[in-house]
Design a protein around this ligand. Sequence first.
Ligand code: FEO
Length: 172
Amino acid sequence: MINERMEKEINDQINAEFWSAYLYLSMSAWFTQRNLPGFANWMYVQYQEEISHGMKMFRYIHERGGNVKLLPIAKVDSEWKSPSDAFQSTLEHERKVTSLINSLMDTAHEIRDYATINFLNWYIEEQVEEEANADEIYNKLLMVEKDLAALYALDKEYSTRVFVDATLPAAE
Ligand code: FEO
């Protein structure tokens, strides 16, 4: 049975993951409206990833005999100044998510919930990748943003990103 405090904090994190999904869906719309379908696709895949992050926690609470409580999802931004501005927001947001996951880990250690420590390790690793991806694209955009041909080439590159649900066990 999962500890009550841990259960509440994971429920809050489900909300944060779904809020992230909502944010990236909003960014996907913004890129579509600016005729950058590759970046829109990248953000749409990011939206799908965030839903999977939330759902992994949803399943975990049930596995531990707890109760999932879905909370309201707050409003997200819908305007950014430029593609690099959107990715700067992405990077800042992912850094914030990393600190939220670290706080969850602090609680799990404090109450000696070893199963949750083990569970959260997946997210600790995932956040390294999340920050690195956002940082890489943000820096590329800073270099090419003023050059339309280069921007379109980068947009094309991101049109190939596909969603793979890394939260599910690999198929045998
Ligand atoms: Fe669920 Fe982008 O971290």
